[in-house]
Each structure stands twice: as structure tokens, then as C-alpha cells.
Design a protein around this ligand. Structure first.
Ligand code: KG4
Ligand code: ZN
Length: 351
């Protein structure tokens, strides 16, 4: 049986086709980054409109790449939440029409469960294990005893790690989105010349906090006088701005030091959760898990502690539909079908 998966929770319109064995036959992602970049972040109304325009061509491309037509489909899986309700509804409406028209089952998928299921695409996932989702909306640790027994054990108290990357990139006038820009700018730069705080790193909880780190970066930028007119605030500021002559080399140093602080906190807490819960496997996923420095440091710590590490391929870390299909297969197997009354949910911790 072949399953079509659809993901439209934020600013990526994505569709994938999977075999019921879990094999990915196609995985198409149309990014809307260019449509939102001028605004310095995702604009919900623009996201909904672009999803409406892109959903049909993206689904057609996914079917084409898999070498099938919609008549070959046995089920449709779609992201139900959490995410932007208007954006989610585009994917949900499309999935419902298709499932109804073809007379095949429909399943609604939790986006976070999708991120965690990405680990299953190319790897043998064993239970129990610790899962960590690090994305633009979440920084969460889970104790996962079985695919259906997922217990949240820690989360961010304020900004998510990806959100911190995006905000720091904004205050360094590097453009949007921040994760990739900061990673590229930091490559080969001494990350220890400037020292930023590691919030909650050794507090004994599994929670995170990144908003103080962002403020520490802002204070440093102001103290060093890297940009003119910053003290006036951000409203009306251009998205990109050149540093004051002579201060240019401080920007990559600050970016690298910020990244190092985020990475050290994430690595320390994830492995502490694994070791303290006697787990021999750690799964790390979500957009920030595509970061090369994080992947490198997680790898080092895995070798040091002997805790096995699974980080999905980069294309399955950032938002995609293959991960939604992978999670949807389980709901299908368990017969947890959705009706035509399936609705979007903006917040959804766990079922
Ligand atoms: O998982 P994702 O694609 O969407 C959400 O569910 O949020 O994650 C997007 C987030 C953004 O904040 C983005 O800046 C961050 O992931 N991100 C990165 C990298 N690529 C994406 N952060 C750090 N390094 C990267 N290479
Ligand atoms: Zn996501």
C-alpha cells in the first residue's frame, strides 16, 4: 500500500509518498522562505495563501516522483497540529477531499510525533529511548517507552532554540531565517573568544531557556557599538545593516559564541536525560538538528558516553512530509482513522 503524506503547519508546503514498509518513494518540499524574508519572519496570512497555491503542484510532483497516480494510493496522512491554524487547514482540506474522493482512509498526525518518527526513516529505532525535538517552535525532551507511550520530561520555558537563532540573526542584521546564516558565518571562527551564559545547563531539570542568552547577545552588541542607531530600538530598522567600520570581525565571533552556548546546553541536557534515565539511545530531530556544529558535538558526546545517537538526515530534520507519513503509518496500522470533521489544532502537547 502507498500512503500520501501532507505537511503545511508553517512555511513549508510538503508532500511525500511512502510504502507501508516505511520506504520513502518521494519527498517534495516547497519552501516559502523568500515570501517571508522581507518581513523578518513567517507571516501567517501569506503562509496560508502560498500553501493554497502550492499544495496541488507539490502533491502532483510527489506522486510523479514516486511514479504513481492518486488511484494507486491506499491512504492519506496529514499534519493536524501544532502549527498555524490557517496554514494547517490548507493541507487538511486538501487531504480530506482527496481521501473522500478516492474513498480511502485519512489520518491526522501530530507534527512533533512526525519529527520524532523521522528517526525511523533510515534507522533501526529501539525502545525505550530519549527523544529531543529542537525546532523553531519547540525545544523538548521526551521519554519514549514505545511508539505510543511518549512522556514529555522537559521543554523550553521561553524561546525555542530555533527561535533564538532567528532572533539573534535579526539583531545581528543577518537576515532570515537565522539558523543556516549563523551556522555558515560561524564556520572556522573561534567560538570561545566571547563567553555567553549557558542558561539552565546545570540546574538539574530537563527544561531549557534561551531568551536570557538572546538578551546577553543584544547587550554585547550594544556595548561594543557594532551598529549605529541600535539604541533607538528595532522598529523601523532595516532587515540587513552593515557594522560600523572596524567592528566587522565582531559579528562572526558573536554568532559563533552564541551557537556554541546553544549547542553546549542542548548536548549537555540531552545526554544527561539519557544517562539519568538509563537509556542507551538518544534521538535528536527538528530543524536545529540539521546544524553541523550540533551534530558534531552530539557525535562526540555519544562516543564519550556510549549512548547510541540517531539524528535523521538533514532533509528529514527540517519540516517535511516524509516524517508525517512515517508517523501516520502507525496510526493507520492501529486503525486510528480521522473523519471528515478532522480539524486543525494550534497547540497540541501529546495524545
Ligand atoms: O523543524 P523546523 O523546520 O520547523 C519547525 O517545526 O519549527 O525548524 C525551523 C527552525 C528555524 O528556527 C531555523 O532557524 C532552525 O530551525 N534551523 C537551524 C538550522 N536550519 C534550520 N538552526 C540552526 N542551524 C541550522 N542549520
Ligand atoms: Zn517542525
Amino acid at each position: 500500500m502507498k500512503v500520501l503524506a501532507i505537511e503545511t503547519s508553517c512555511d513549508e508546503t510538503a508532500a511525500a509518498v511512502l510504502e507501508d514498509s516505511g520506504a520513502v518513494l518521494s519527498n517534495v518540499v516547497a519552501s516559502q522562505i523568500k515570501d517571508h524574508a522581507a518581513f523578518g519572519g513567517v507571516v501567517p496570512e501569506i503562509a496560508s495563501r502560498r500553501h493554497t497555491e502550492l499544495i496541488e503542484p507539490v502533491v502532483k510532483e510527489a506522486l510523479g516522483e514516486a511514479g504513481i497516480t492518486e488511484r494507486d494510493l491506499g491512504a492519506v496522512a496529514v499534519t493536524r497540529g501544532p502549527g498555524l491554524v490557517g496554514a494547517l487547514l490548507v493541507g487538511i482540506s486538501f487531504a480530506k477531499s482527496l481521501a473522500y474522493g478516492l474513498g480511502i482512509p485519512l489520518v491526522g498526525v501530530n507534527h512533533l510525533e512526525g519529527h520524532l518518527a523521522a528517526a525511523m526513516i533510515d534507522n533501526e529505532v529501539t525502545y525505550p529511548h530519549i527523544g529531543m525535538v529542537v525546532s523553531g517552535g519547540h525545544t523538548s525532551l521526551y521519554r519514549i517507552d514505545s511508539p505510543s507511550k511518549v512522556e514529555p520530561i522537559g521543554q523550553t520555558l521561553d524561546d525555542a532554540a530555533g527561535e533564538a537563532y532567528d532572533k539573534v540573526a535579526k539583531l545581528l542584521f543577518l537576515g532570515y531565517p537565522g539558523g543556516v546564516v549563523i551556522e555558515n558565518l560561524s564556520r572556522g571562527v573561534d567560538a570561545h573568544e566571547i563567553d555567553f551564559p549557558r542558561p539552565l545547563m546545570n540546574d538539574g531539570s530537563y527544561d531549557f531557556s534561551f531568551s536570557g542568552l538572546k538578551t546577553a547577545v543584544l547587550n554585547r552588541v550594544l556595548k561594543e557599538g557594532i551598529f549605529e542607531d541600535m539604541a533607538l530600538g528595532f522598529s523601523g530598522m532595516p532587515r540587513e545593516k552593515k557594522p560600523v567600520p572596524g567592528k566587522e570581525n565582531l559579528v562572526p565571533k558573536i554568532a559563533a559564541a552564541f551557537q556554541e552556548a546553544v549547542v553546549e546546553v542542548l548536548v549537555t541536557k540531552a545526554f544527561r536525560a539519557a544517562v539519568e534515565n538509563s537509556m542507551d539511545l538518544l534521538v535528536v530531530t527538528g530543524g536545529v538538528a540539521s546544524n553541523g556544529r550540533l551534530r558534531e558535538k552530539l557525535g562526540e558526546k555519544s562516543a564519550e558516553t556510549g549512548v547510541r545517537l540517531i539524528i535523521p538526515d538533514r532533509k528529514y530534520c527540517t519540516d517535511n512530509a516524509a516524517m508525517i507519513g512515517r508517523a501516520g503509518l502507525r496510526s493507520l496500522r492501529e486503525g486510528r482513522f480521522a473523519g471528515l470533521d478532522l480539524n486543525a489544532v494550534s497547540r497540541w502537547t501529546w495524545e
